[in-house]
Structures are given as C-alpha cells and as structure tokens.
Design a protein around this ligand. Structure first.
Ligand code: AHM
Ligand code: MG
Length: 336
C-alpha cells in the first residue's frame, strides 16, 4: 500500500544520490561522499541558526560571551565548517567561498576531482532578526588530473555537474540537482536525515508573483522598469502580480520554484552588474531553475552561458517561470 510505503521506506538524500549515481558506470561513489560532507555542513548550520538567538552566536565577530570566550559570527562560523568538511571529504581540489577573498587550494594529499563554489550563509541582512537564510553551492568536476588552477572554476554555469541550496526556514529544506531534474529534501530533526519530500520539482510555467528590491527603482534601466510596471498595471487584461521579497536569495528563489513567478536582481545605474555573485549565487540558482523547467537570463544572455573572469564577479539576474522570463527577455530584446 503506497501510503504505508511512504512512511516506512524512507528515501534519504544519501540513498537517493547513491541510486542516481549508480546509473553511471564510472561512478566511484566520490560524488556521494562529497555530497554527504555538504549535507553535514548544512545540518551544522541549520542547528547553529536555530540556536542563534539562544547561544548568542549572532552579533559582531569578536564579541565575547559570558564565559569571556570570543564568539564567532554565524557566517564566519558556517564558512569554517563548510571549508573543513569539504577539505576533509578528500574529494575536492579548489573551493571558492563568498566569505574568502582568495580560493582555497586543497593540499595534494587530500585532493579529489571536484571543485565547490559556495555561499555558506547567504542573506546576511536577515541573520540577526530570525528571517530565513540559506546556503548555496555549485559543483564542477575536473576531467583530468592536472594541477588545479583558477581556470577550473572560472567556467560557465552550464559546466556544473550539480548545484543546490539549503533553506534555513520554518523547516530546513535542501534542494538539489545533479543535472537530471530537481529534488527537494526536508530535514527530519529527530532522525538527523534529509528525506525526499519534493520529488522531481517543476516550476509552474507562469506565475503570479514578482520579487525584487523596489527600493532601487530610481536607478533601474528601461526594460526592468517597464517589466515591473507591467506586473502592477498589466495591459493585457490579466490580474496584477503580487510582490514578495524576503531579501534572502534562497528564500526568494525557493518560493519562486514552488509557486512560480519571477525573481530579479537587475543591474542599475549605481550597480551596472547588480549585486549577486555569478559563481556561487547566480549559477547554482540558474542551474536549478532551468532543470525545473524555468529560465534564467542576465539581461543579455542565458545566465548559464556566462564565463566569469573573476571568482567574485557579479551579474544582473532574472529567473523563474518560463513564460515570465520570456516577457523580460522580449523587453530587453526590444530595447537593443
Ligand atoms: P549577502 O551575500 O550579503 O547576504 O547578499 C546577498 C543577498 C541575497 O540573498 C539577496 O537576494 C540580496 O542580497 C538582497 O539584496 P538587497 O538587500 O539589496 O535587496
Ligand atoms: Mg551571498
């Protein structure tokens, strides 16, 4: 009986990825091991985020607790946990983190064939007030065993072999794609396991929500301004869209994936490349949205076709439901 099977036959994320990887004959379990270290990082951050108010983990780096010990800020702590977990997996060679100016090159004795780019704790403005935040990651694979260098990570997003995010919200949800669709897993805190709860996620073809920081409107370019105006005052007889904006990319993209609609962080007169980082914010989210049937566009090209020149480079981004992104693409095409 199907309902019973769901309750007693638990599909954990490790079991799911092992099944998925066994389809590839050359798979040596390395990816599954790498992923289990990322999952460990997510569980740690989830627990730290949940305790943040209590444990006074939040606050300025360098603050001391009642015992007089130095407290690390949550994002600094999360970064250290991810770096250590990834290095100790023995499956990585280069790590790029939003928190670190320079990439981390793994020492030869602990080196593997994957590179991981990540933002350990995204949504910094929401950390101190208990609003949802998240971790974002993307994974590249080196195909031969040369000495790792920056060129190995300065690659277009379409070359990623996997991408995902973990949302620390009302529950802890990990969304993952290894290039064959998108699946969502929810942490069962009593088991300490991520269980498959959102199999084969597909984004609605069109949505009723737009998500943008409208406080930047005075500096927007023509197509972005026109698009948002159309969301509020549609001219084709459709109803206006609702505005939802958390200010945490993971939360805003997760909602967009589940409910449909569009998320945009455009470039503007003050910041021509917008705010979000290509490698570990734009690429992983664009990868997931495309795998779920949506689109991700930079204002000029398909986001996954971008070739970053620097590891912390930024790009404007428009992503979400296929039809909604189609509209913004048309506006940019018309403005050329
Ligand atoms: P952060 O890396 O400092 O946390 O900034 C990234 C965040 C994203 O999560 C979010 O989409 C965006 O910044 C919100 O920016 P703004 O406050 O300008 O609207
Ligand atoms: Mg960030």
């Amino acid at each position: 009986h199907a309902a019973d099977a769901q309750r007693t036959d638990l599909m954990t994320i490790t079991r799911f990825v092992l099944n998925e990887q066994s389809k590839y004959s050359e798979s040596r379990g390395d990816f599954t091991i790498l992923l289990s270290h990322i999952v460990l990082g997510c569980k740690f951050v989830c627990s730290a985020v949940n305790k943040a108010g209590l444990a006074k983990l939040i606050g300025l780096a360098g603050e001391t607790n009642v015992q007089g010990e130095e407290q690390k800020k949550l994002d600094v702590l999360s970064n250290e946990v991810f770096i250590k977990a990834l290095v100790s997996s023995g499956r990585t060679c280069i790590l790029v983190s939003e928190e670190d100016e320079e990439p981390t090159y793994v020492e030869p004795s602990r080196r593997g064939r994957y590179s991981v780019v990540f933002d350990p704790l995204d949504g910094s403005s929401n950390i101190d007030c208990g609003v949802s935040i998240g971790t974002i990651f993307g994974i590249y694979q080196l195909n031969d065993s040369h000495e790792p260098n920056l060129e190995d990570v300065l690659q277009p997003g379409k070359n990623m072999v996997a991408a995902g995010y973990c949302l620390y919200g009302s529950s802890c949800t990990l969304v993952l794609s290894t290039g064959t669709g998108v699946n969502g897993f929810t942490l069962d805190p009593s088991l300490g396991e991520f269980i498959l709860t959102h199999p084969d996620l597909k984004i609605p073809k069109k949505g009723k929500i737009y998500s943008v920081n409208e406080g930047n409107a005075k500096n927007w370019d023509g197509p972005t301004a026109k698009y948002v105006e159309k969301c509020k005052f549609p001219t084709d007889g459709s109803s206006p869209k609702s505005l939802r904006y958390v200010g945490s990319m993971v939360a805003d993209v997760h909602r967009t994936l589940l409910y449909g609609g569009i998320f945009l962080y455009p470039g503007d007169k003050k910041s021509p490349n917008g705010k979000l980082r290509v490698l570990y914010e734009v690429f992983p989210m664009a990868f997931l949205i495309e795998e779920a049937g949506g689109q991700a566009f930079t204002g000029k090209i398909r986001a996954l076709d971008l070739v970053p020149k620097k590891i912390h480079e930024r790009s404007p981004i428009f992503l979400g439901s296929y039809d909604d992104v189609e509209e913004i693409k048309a506006l940019y095409a018309a403005a050329e």
